[in-house]
Design a protein around this ligand. Structure first.
Ligand code: PXP
Length: 240
């Protein structure tokens, strides 16, 4: 099995910060710690409603990070302008609905097609690595190649839900395998992301041909349990 790169999504550090309107916890600090700990890229999603990452985070993180910064954006003119100005290394185009709790499905590659074609063209002209967040479907893989994307990120949310609920996930895993094989054959670099946990990452890492996992919510949540004891000890020391 070949090594898979780990991209760490730090959006939810900003979610916690914004819940109290404070300056902490700092997404920049999380990005730098992730870098120091072996993350191979940092992912942030600048949502249209700015519910977690804000533009100043993007600016600050871009200026201090040494590993590649992967910016997730909706296919809009505003986001294109921000990408061109802030110059992250990678761009992942994702669908966005204002009311959703998280990115609920892959991109609709037919929607505003001309805009999408021009968006990808402009991003590539400016040397960004362009990835499309898609469903594990043969049609979407073929279409992503036609759109001249460098990479596809396969939405693993459905697979992860089935695994979490102890349901049969074989059909969904087969879909991901087939999409990965075709993606590689067509010259697309294949990534995976959404909902990944230790358990689902162990299952999915057996699919050969996936080069990168992008993991956020579980990883940030799990780090509470890895770090809580130490933080309490630090306070005990202060209060002694
Ligand atoms: N990849 C993409 C394209 C995403 O939109 C997200 C969620 O922001 C992730 C990966 C990470 O998903 P999760 O936070 O569930 O690990």
């Amino acid at each position: 099995m070949s090594k898979i790169r780990l991209g760490v999504n730090i959006d939810h550090v900003a979610t916690v910060r914004n819940a109290r309107g404070e300056l902490y916890p700092s997404p920049l600090r999380a990005a730098l710690l992730a870098q120091k700990s072996g993350a191979e890229s940092i992912t942030i999603h600048l949502r249209e409603d700015r519910r977690h990452i804000r533009e100043f985070d993007l600016k600050e993180i871009k200026s201090k990070l040494k590993i590649p910064l992967n910016l997730e954006i909706a296919a809009t003119q505003e986001m294109l302008n921000i990408a061109l100005k802030s110059k992250p290394d990678f761009i992942c185009i994702v669908p966005e609905k204002r009311q959703e709790l998280t990115t609920e499905g892959g991109l609709n590659l037919k929607h505003r097609r001309t805009f999408l074609i021009n968006l990808i063209k402009k991003l590539k002209k400016n040397k960004f690595r362009v990835s499309l967040f898609i469903e594990p479907s043969i049609k979407d893989i073929k279409d992503s190649q036609k759109l001249n994307a460098d990479c596809v990120e396969i939405h693993t949310g459905r697979l992860c839900n089935l695994i979490n609920e102890n349901k049969n996930f074989n059909k969904e895993l087969q879909k991901i395998k087939k999409a990965t094989i075709l993606g590689n054959k067509l010259g697309l670099e294949v990534h995976a992301g959404h909902g990944l946990t230790y358990k689902s990452a162990k299952i999915l890492r057996r699919v050969s041909g996936i080069k990168e996992f992008n993991i956020g919510h579980f990883l940030i949540g799990e780090s509470i349990f890895v770090g809580l004891a130490k933080t309490i000890k630090n306070f005990r020391r202060i209060l002694r």
